[in-house]
Design a protein around this ligand. Structure first.
Ligand code: SAH
Ligand code: SF4
Length: 365
């Protein structure tokens, strides 16, 4: 393990750390504001630090803490300039993705919660990669800092946050929830909790814990199929927590917190996009305060399925709405920047593998 980063301390941990070192915890407020509101990368160089904070910072940065943060190793902008994808390199060489999407008047960051993912969904580039490790508080929070820095440089401000990048957020519950509390904290990054959406493949104990802790974020469930046989074929996690348990957890969440549940449905031609699929879905959601978000499949190297035809996608959309369930089709965002989760990293790895294969061929000849 490397030396701990200052970004790995949430506000309470920062206060506790100051106190242990004999500094009044009230100084945490100034440091927090400098790091998370002003987005200062070199706080020790500031001339406006209170003297005890300045002395403490100098001392800890010489030994027990660093200012280590992921570095931006690649950036791709979509041709319309509205989607920007960052590839961030972590201290151990792992790479994760953060995407910034612009809609008229509002900006959304899509961040990662893990390097790789253990859930193995067959159509997902991150699932195809397997699990590498959980991200820390600092590795999650600094993705939001990078997004905010990028937007600030263009005169904009981050408004929404979605955990729909690489990884399963409820499999890394502690670090994710601690990081989300940090990005909401004021004065700091200050994103409104109601503008944060946590997307899960259906880790049932995590949904129950989220409900019981009455967390203020929206919850999105990646459903994709409405029978156990079809869902298990796409999402192996369904064998562990089948639909009956998942829907029971969703109803519990919705009733306890009086909230709508957002269901994600990636449309795959011939697999889950027929009128019969709509019928079974509508039956499954009966009586639940639900909203369905449709997205057409992004092609990935490890999955042979095709994206739905536009006509089938539109018919599916209309049929769900006609059944009285609110439903939207998410636009393909920045398809030219490998917009799907894990796809930029996968594309880059493929091209570097192709590069090294070429080198091998050259040296063999
Ligand atoms: N692990 C969480 C959050 C990250 S994935 C989850 O699964 O919900 C975010 C969303 O992208 C999920 O709904 C996922 O099913 C979807 N997704 C993954 N790969 C995709 C692809 N190739 N095309 C379209 N959607 C995809
Ligand atoms: Fe993991 Fe979500 Fe991808 Fe499934 S879709 S493998 S849960 S990141």
């Amino acid at each position: 393990m490397p030396i701990e980063s200052l970004y790995d301390l949430n506000f309470k941990a920062l206060q506790a750390r100051l106190e242990v070192d004999g500094v009044r915890p009230v100084h945490a407020v100034q440091l927090w504001k400098i790091l998370y509101h002003e987005l200062e990368m070199d706080p020790a160089a500031r001339s406006d630090l209170s003297p005890p904070l300045e002395r403490w910072l100098r001392r800890v940065l010489e030994g027990s803490l660093t200012l280590a943060r992921p570095s931006v190793s690649d950036r791709l902008d979509s041709s319309d300039g509205l989607t920007k994808k960052l590839l961030l390199r972590l201290y151990d060489g792992q790479e994760i993705e953060t995407v910034v999407m612009g809609y008229p008047g509002r900006f959304t960051a899509c961040i990662s919660s893990q390097a790789g993912c253990a859930m193995g969904c067959v159509f997902c580039a991150t699932g195809q990669m397997g699990f590498v490790r959980h991200l820390s508080h600092g590795e999650i929070v600094t993705q939001v800092i990078e997004a905010q820095r990028l937007l600030r440089a263009e005169g904009h401000k981050l408004r929404n946050l979605v955990l729909m990048g690489m990884g399963e957020p409820l499999h890394n519950y502690e670090a994710v929830m601690s990081a989300l509390a940090s990005v909401c904290r004021l004065p700091g990054i200050g994103i409104a909790p109601s503008r944060i959406s946590v997307s899960t493949v259906g880790v049932v104990p995590g949904i129950i814990r989220f409900t019981e802790e009455r967390l203020p974020y929206s919850l999105a469930i990646s459903l994709h199929a409405a029978t156990d046989a079809e869902r298990s074929a796409l999402l192996p996690v369904n064998q562990r927590w089948p639909l009956r348990e998942l829907m029971e957890a969703c109803r519990y969440y919705s009733l306890q917190l009086q909230r709508k549940v957002f269901f994600g449905w990636t449309l795959i031609a011939g697999k889950n996009d027929s009128p019969e699929h709509v019928r079974v879905l509508v039956e499954l959601l009966r009586g639940l305060d639900a909203h369905v978000n449709l997205i057409r499949l992004n092609h990935t190297a490890g999955f042979a399925g095709r994206t739905s035809e536009e006509a089938s996608a539109n018919a599916f959309h209309k049929a769900v709405q006609d059944a009285g369930i609110p439903c939207t089709i998410r636009q393909f965002r920045g398809i030219d920047v490998a917009a799907g989760c894990g796809q930029l990293r996968a594309t880059r790895q493929k091209s570097s593998e192709a590069g090294s294969a070429r080198l091998k061929t050259l040296s063999a000849s």
